[in-house]
Design a protein around this ligand. Structure first.
Ligand code: 5GP
Ligand code: ZN
Length: 116
């Protein structure tokens, strides 16, 4: 998929609206439009990388930032103490619908063993 057609690139470029909870020059985080828990935020790199299998030595330097941002958001949302889950779906069998790599930060309730 070309990045011109990518819904998350459009969110990054503010071409479509979203509720942004964190942004810097490397990553952006916004509320999932269809939350499955009281807290459901998507954290994504600004670079259009389609999925986990597209990661390589050069384009993966943002990865630690994802977890630091997740911590920050968990603190802001008040779920740092109780915990949360970070999920990355990859490809068809992984249930990935949007082909711009994203990290689901989910929490605010006791999560079932099988979620997403
Ligand atoms: P996936 O199934 O690819 O891992 O997750 C894609 C996620 O993106 C879903 O949880 C879905 O609700 C969310 N999503 C899809 N389109 C939009 C959108 O236009 N805006 C926002 N904020 N979230 C979206
Ligand atoms: Zn994209």
């Amino acid at each position: 998929m070309k990045k011109e057609d990518c819904i998350f690139c459009k969110i990054i470029n503010k071409e479509i609206p979203s509720t942004i909870v964190y942004e810097d020059d490397e990553v952006i985080a916004f509320e999932d439009i269809n939350p499955i828990a009281p807290v459901h935020v998507l954290i994504i790199p600004k670079e259009h990388i389609e999925m986990v299998t597209e990661l390589n030595e050069e384009n993966s330097k943002f990865l630690p930032k994802i977890y630091l941002v997740a911590n920050k958001i968990a603190e802001i949302k008040g779920i740092k103490e109780k915990g949360f889950r970070i999920i990355v779906n990859c490809g068809e069998d992984g249930g990935q619908e949007v082909h711009h790599i994203h990290f689901h930060l989910i929490g605010g309730k006791k999560l079932p063993v099988n979620v997403l």
